[in-house]
Design a protein around this ligand. Sequence first.
Ligand code: IPE
Ligand code: IPE
Ligand code: MG
Length: 239
Amino acid sequence: MLNKNNIPRHIAIIMDGNGRWAKERGFSRIIGHRQGAKRLKEIVQSASETGIEVVTFFAFSAENWNRPKQEINLLMRYLSNFLDKEIRQFDKNNIRFLAIGRKAPLPEPILEKISMAEEKTKNNKGLTVVLALNYGARQEIVDAAKRFANSVVSGKVNEDSLDIEGFGRYLYTANLPDPDLLIRTSGEMRLSNFLLWQLSYAELYFVKKYWPDFTHQDFKEAILEYQKRERRFGGISEA
Ligand code: IPE
Ligand code: IPE
Ligand code: MG
């Protein structure tokens, strides 16, 4: 049973292994992405029921443009379908939707759907679902530094006023709590340029299963494991 008093506020998920899942079954990689999209919906529901405040999914990295054009095009099509179909459902369930990442060079119709989805759900007070799209953490930090520099040049702020918390407000994730738990599926144990700043003190959880096999139960087990960890933030045990 989950301890209701120790639920992570924010869970970040690297949904990895769609391609391998499909290849091992003799399918093309894109079948894995289709299955992966179903899992995403299920985990959104689990997160919502568990009382988590924010769940961030890594859907497309700034480096994923290195993939074959055909795979990218199909991924964009799935994304577009997802935005068409799921946003109404999110809204019904009081879910707020946000996207993080650089806009260019995402296709214009997708950018429009993202803004509409953000606008439609902006006052919802339940779970916040964040989709990281064309997202790279180093790019995010550079963008934040540029925005801060612009504020200094235009005289809005003084450079000496910058502190860690203040810098966080220039990131794409401004106003969101830092993730408490990071889950990565598929057995890879790396961050792949995901939320480098925000994950500083997150608990890391790596699971062998590919994302298309990741279920409600696996999600719950990740949270149970999180609840066994002692987060010290550089301090010492209280016992
Ligand atoms: C994750 O699965 C989904 C995206 C990166 C879009 P992959 O497509 O990376 O699948 P593997 O890691 O190659 O198996
Ligand atoms: C990270 O997975 C990006 C997403 C899950 C969207 P990748 O499959 O792109 O990462 P690497 O290439 O294995 O590091
Ligand atoms: Mg991968």
